[in-house]
Ligand binder design. Structure first.
Ligand code: KIV
Ligand code: ZN
Length: 400
């Protein structure tokens, strides 16, 4: 098993998306939870962005001692110096420098040519390396860069001292097979001269491919993935940390790659982020959504009651969710209703079940979900009707 390092960028890429901005104390609270979760690297912010963000990164760097703390900088002197200042108190600092490498970004955004980009990359990595032992370089928009030029960039970054090279799919454009190929090519290109360089994936979700692409990079030898809690991030978000961690766990035979995430802390981390930002996850969100472990269809409920493996690939407790939910709705079956009545303390006969089921189905049609309170009142009505029928029968036979 080879180890994949989990680089969490919730506090940087996640935080810079609309609705997710966090203050210093909120960042600190989440950083402690990320450390509990077991992430290897916490990217705490982009210090040049504002004095407040520099202060937040500095505060995280001062308190987080087990996870490594990273700060982001463009390949510019003032950015790098701000990031270095923010990282001063860190026990394990990482300077993260980036520059775009696609012709589109070079021409229209940065207005420089390839040779100038190479100069900026090498000089800023060399400058950073004098003050911080661990330097990561990211080739922004790598997946839309000319592969030949990208390979030159990778080599120049390694030569200048970057020991982690990140090849982002900045706009979520790549398909898994293309992303895989790019990593293979980049690794092969420098494997002989720089065997210890770690390649990293950083994927955005514009086409819903962020997690698939991250896993494709891992299968091509990437040993770091950059991701966020609940998949938050620019536009459609980043690759979701919880989905990658659970996928590597569930399919470890396929990937043969381990990680340091304590899966049982996943749900608490997701909830804390929602609580801090006020943004909840959609009910069908993988791993942490309200429906991720809920079953309503009768056939599924029947299977789950017989053996949870029939419709669950991971038990809810493994990711910190206290229990699965059997939802009683119009698609539910009799077995689920009997099981719910049993949990509520009512042992019922087959005849009672038939009546309760008919009433519950009617209720579900009217109100979508049958709550525990509904179930209790249904069994009471059924039993009351039964005893009044029996009382009526007894009165009738007495009169006979
Ligand atoms: O998406 C991206 O390319 C980034 C880099 C700055 C790493 O966030
Ligand atoms: Zn990004």
């Amino acid at each position: 098993m080879e180890r994949v390092h989990i680089f969490d960028t919730t506090l940087r890429d996640g935080e810079q998306s609309p609705g997710f901005s966090m203050h210093r104390d909120e960042k600190l609270q989440l950083a402690h939870q990320l450390e509990r979760l077991g992430v290897d690297i916490i990217e705490a912010g982009f210090p040049i962005a504002s004095p407040g963000d520099l202060e937040s990164v500095r505060a995280v760097a001062g308190e987080i001692k087990v996870s490594r703390v990273a700060a982001l900088a463009r390949a510019k002197r003032e950015d790098v110096d701000a990031a270095l200042r923010a990282l001063e108190p860190a026990a394990k600092p990482r300077l993260h420098i980036f520059l775009a490498t696609s012709d589109l970004h070079l021409k229209h955004k940065l207005r420089i040519v390839r040779a100038e980009a190479l100069d900026q990359i090498t000089s800023m990595i060399e400058h950073g390396k004098k003050h911080c032992e661990e330097v990561e370089f990211s080739a922004e928009d790598a997946s839309r860069s000319d592969l030949g030029f990208l390979l030159d960039v990778v080599e120049a970054a390694a030569q200048s001292g970057a020991t982690i090279i990140n090849l982002p799919d900045t706009v979520g454009y790549a398909m898994p097979q293309e992303y895989h190929y790019m990593f293979r090519a980049a690794r092969n290109h420098i494997a002989q001269n720089y065997p210890n360089v770690i390649f990293s994936a950083h994927c955005h979700n514009d086409l819903g491919m962020a997690v698939a692409n991250s896993l494709a990079a891992i299968s091509a030898g990437a040993r770091q993935v950059e991701c966020t809690v609940n998949g938050i991030g620019e536009r459609a978000g980043n690759a979701s940390l919880e989905e990658i961690a659970v996928a590597l766990h569930v399919r470890q035979g396929l990937f043969e790659a381990s990680h340091n995430i304590t899966l049982e802390q996943i749900y608490a981390t997701s909830r804390l982020l929602s609580q801090i930002t006020g943004v909840t996850v959609s009910p069908n969100k993988a791993v942490v959504g309200a429906n991720a472990f809920a079953h309503e269809a009768g056939i599924h409920q029947d299977g789950i009651l017989k053996n949870p493996l029939t419709y669950e690939i991971i038990v809810p407790e493994k990711v910190g969710v206290s229990s699965r939910r059997m939802v009683l709705g119009k698609h539910s079956g009799r077995n689920a209703l009997r099981a719910r009545l049993d949990e509520l303390g009512y042992t019922i006969t087959d005849a009672e079940l038939a009546e309760c089921y008919a009433m519950a189905t009617e209720q579900a049609d009217a109100s979508k979900e049958v709550t525990d309170r509904d179930v209790i009142s249904i069994i009471h009505i059924v039993r009351r009707n039964k005893s009044s029928v029996l009382a009526g029968d007894a009165a009738a036979s007495a009169a006979d």
